[in-house]
Design a binder for this molecule. Structure first.
Ligand SMILES: [Ca+2]
Length: 321
């Protein structure tokens, strides 16, 4: 009996949600020449479905300015059923200005002063780099930064039918911000292209969102054009929900395979995504002997995670409430 009680007690202790800071360059629905990425929105909706696993301490936006702030507020209003108010802060507008304090950098620093936190940073990591640069005393308070970036050496980013090569967006928007994190010795988890590329959400996967409820319909109406745009670019039915795998590292870590304690380097060579000249590549290899930088690198999503994603969206769906 006593053993059973202890077992229950330890299970309860393990089941406490992990408190997490969520930093995003969310841009679903932003008016532009082409449809914009939807993956941050999916990651946010998923995160709100697992209050038993993660507790969002705060959310900060990077890059899309007022739009990112407003659309996050809108999605929280629709999909936050956790019973908790999640504060939202505007961060860097340009994603380039490391060191410029913002509401986001001040709030993240204040949060880190009170507790150690992991940071899920699914955009350029400028806000985090600003905190690290301006408040180095807080470095030990950062448990880990989970990002969507990085590659194994020479891996081209060619989704779908491999007709088109794309960049490592979050890294290339601000390579210096990644340098700041690695130089500070912070534990960085890289869960990027290689880990996510074989997940593909197509028409039939998201059809249930096409219902009469305002929230679901709004999401559906912005997933669809993004899907069409991806079909044109990459030749396959669907889109890759990139930012959901770094979230998955925090909510469902057993659904991914990792290279642990792997050396990291920034290598510069010819741009493989069509632009002239050279560009930096964030690369990991156990062969790199001349670098102190280390990361956890997620290289594969195991079967089952895509189903979790779809179940989360279904559970979140306004139709189900
Ligand atoms: Ca993102």
């Amino acid at each position: 009996m006593k053993i059973l009680f202890l077992l229950l007690l330890s299970t309860f202790a393990i089941a406490q949600p992990r408190r997490v800071w969520f930093d995003t360059d969310i841009m679903i629905g932003m008016k532009d020449k082409t449809p914009r990425e939807v993956d941050d929105a999916i990651a946010l909706i998923m995160a709100l479905q697992h209050p038993d696993k993660i507790d969002l301490v705060g959310i900060s936006t990077v890059a899309p300015g007022q739009y990112g702030y407003d659309v996050t507020q809108k999605l929280l209003g629709w999909y936050n059923r956790t019973g908790r108010t999640i504060p939202l802060y505007r961060g860097s507008e340009t994603a380039k200005d490391i060191g410029t304090e913002t509401d986001a950098s001040r709030a993240l620093a204040a949060a880190l002063r009170t507790e150690k936190l992991p940071i899920l940073a699914i955009g350029p990591v400028t806000n985090v780099a600003t905190v690290v640069k301006n408040h180095p005393e807080l470095i030990p308070q950062i448990e880990e930064v989970v990002v969507c970036a990085g590659r194994t050496p020479g891996l081209p980013f060619k989704p779908g039918l491999e007709k088109l090569s794309v960049g490592d967006y979050n890294f290339e928007m601000n390579p210096d911000a990644f340098r700041v994190l690695f130089d500070a010795g912070i534990r960085v988890v890289l869960s990027g292209y290689e880990c996510s590329v074989y997940m593909l959400l197509g028409d039939t996967d998201i059809d249930f969102l096409n219902n009469k409820h305002t929230a679901d319909q709004w999401v559906y109406d912005h997933l669809r054009p993004w899907m069409r745009f991806n079909q044109q670019l990459f030749g396959v039915d669907g889109f890759v929900p990139w930012d959901t795998t770094p979230l998955g590292y925090l909510t469902h870590p057993n659904y991914f395979k990792y290279y642990r304690d792997i050396p990291v380097r920034i290598n510069t060579r010819r741009n493989d995504a069509g632009a002239p000249g050279d560009k930096p590549y964030l690369e990991v290899s156990y062969d790199y002997k001349d670098t102190k930088w280390r990361a956890v690198y997620a290289y594969k999503t195991l079967p089952g995670f895509e189903e979790i994603l779809l179940e989360d969206l279904k559970r979140a769906s306004a139709q189900k409430r």
